[in-house]
Write a new protein. Structure first.
Length: 317
């Protein structure tokens, strides 16, 4: 039977990243980019290279933010390898197995950190890394690749459009390895070479500036983009003349607004009186809410997301 593998044509930026990802002297490859530059396509190129060319007892890990994305990418790879009879696909456990060299690609979702525990990978790719919560990376994902990185046999590849400044931002600006062991790159959607300047200009005209800079210019979000813009310091009474415990006339009433934080952002409640005086401002992160309720962060994030959707509250961070 003829084996047909659909070729992956890489752009100049993709080739540069791939060259460094396959360099044995490089431990960390991190690419912070605008949207639609072919990040997932590049990730597929790399995991297929490792699947066929690097037989090893340790598998390759491929982490994406959601289970649905994992299934989609696995199905995409399966369509590319149609007719390759020695490659097996397990869509239930999300594993691709090469029977010739006993190598595997294991897909894992970042939605539940507990599902990632216990794995050890030689090479690990995290696609849309910035959308993986910080504690999930630090407490669960990082240990899966620690042994290989320590022995100089493994590779950590982080690909993402930026969001808030979380662990991915820290890896970009302050990588934990020597300079010669890292390849860090940042570029815009236009520099990625897959979207024309004309199309990007049309996006720019119809997209809020901050959103465009984040999505297509590859810039990190400095602070919340919802109804209230705030920093942690705003939770200090000394910043405002906050009249806490003020007696309120029931007929006068107060006005309150909530800015919902779904991931690593804060949910903030602000209360003002009829004269516009800020009476109270309280902020709690998803982690703090989860700790108080005795549940995990994903449960709180899902509940807030569902509440916002059901009540048409679309001003999120």
């Amino acid at each position: 039977m003829e084996i047909i593998i659909k070729p992956i044509r890489l752009s100049n930026k993709q080739r540069e990243i791939a060259k460094n990802a396959l360099n044995p002297n490089v431990k960390l490859v991190a690419a912070c980019t605008g949207r639609q530059v072919g990040k997932t396509e590049l990730a597929i190129h790399l995991v297929l290279h490792w699947l066929f060319n690097e037989p090893n007892r340790l598998p390759t890990g491929f982490i994406l933010p959601t289970y649905k994305q994992c299934r989609k990418v696995l199905s995409d790879i399966q369509s590319r390898l149609k007719g390759v009879i020695y490659v097996q696909f397990n869509k239930t456990e999300l594993i691709i197995y090469n029977a010739l060299n006993d190598n595997k690609i294991i897909f894992l979702s970042g939605e539940s950190g507990d599902s990632i525990r216990g794995y050890t990978f030689k090479n690990l790719i995290i696609d849309e890394a910035c959308f993986i919560q910080s504690n999930t990376y630090q407490q669960v994902i990082a240990p899966t690749i620690g042994r290989s990185l320590t022995n100089n046999t493994g590779k950590l590849v982080l690909l993402s459009t930026p969001k808030a400044k979380n662990w991915f931002y820290d890896m970009i600006v302050n990588p934990p390895f020597k300079n010669e062991e890292c390849y860090i790159t940042r570029f815009t959607s236009q520099e990625g070479g897959l979207i024309s300047e004309e199309i990007l200009n049309s996006y720019r005209k119809n997209t809020p500036e901050q959103v465009f800079n984040n999505e297509y210019m590859g810039e990190f979000v400095e602070e919340g983009t919802g109804l209230f813009k705030y920093k942690t310091s705003l939770l200090d009474d000394s910043v405002f003349n906050i009249q806490r415990n003020k007696v309120i006339n029931a007929k006068e009433g107060v006005f309150a607004g909530v800015d919902w934080g779904v991931e690593d952002d804060y949910t903030v409640l602000s209360i003002i009186d009829k004269d516009g005086y800020l009476m109270n401002i309280e902020g709690k992160s998803v982690s703090q809410i989860a700790d108080e309720l005795g549940v995990n962060k994903s449960t709180v994030s899902k509940a807030i997301s569902k509440y916002k959707k059901d009540n048409n509250l679309n001003s999120s961070n």
